[in-house]
Design a protein around this ligand. Structure first.
Ligand code: FAD
Length: 108
């Protein structure tokens, strides 16, 4: 089976980076594809308990693909729900903090 921690770090990197560079004003085509990407995770993610928990979580919190700021926050909150379940610290989901971590790097 896959290394759940290695897989998790790689997947979060991909998802937070993709959200950080998502359009502020996505086209209907971009929105539909982002929704497909996120909705595929509970079906295909190769850690079945992770996938199941995410699917349950997404029933209560459907993805907000309306724009970059909303999407980055939605994803940060879903990641924080996993952090909480695993006893890991919560991340500050302000756009400033998210962009510093996943887009711009620290200000000099
Ligand atoms: P990670 O949680 O992988 O985080 C990587 C980096 O992201 C951190 O160093 C930090 O800089 C940043 N970060 C942390 N929190 C946030 C946030 N809220 N928003 C933005 N950036 C943040 N593991 C299990 O054991 N059980 C599960 O049920 C489970 N479910 C998962 C579901 C999904 C969809 C994914 C992608 C992963 C899941 N994992 C699960 C793996 C788990 O979330 C971690 O990836 C893994 O435990 C490694 O943790 P880590 O401490 O290295 O940092």
């Amino acid at each position: 089976p896959p290394d759940v921690e290695e897989l998790g770090r790689a997947t979060w990197t991909f998802l937070h980076s993709t959200a950080a560079y998502y359009s502020e004003r996505p086209t209907p085509f971009q929105r539909a594809n982002m929704l497909n990407l996120l909705n595929a995770l509970p079906v295909l993610y190769p850690c079945s308990t992770c996938a199941w928990h995410l699917g349950e979580n997404m029933k209560d919190h459907p993805p907000d693909v309306s724009g970059r700021v909303a999407l980055t926050r939605w994803l940060c909150e879903r990641h924080n729900d996993v952090n909480e379940r695993l006893g890991k610290p919560k991340f500050d989901c302000s756009i400033r903090n998210l962009d510093e971590r996943w887009k711009d790097g620290p200000a000099d």
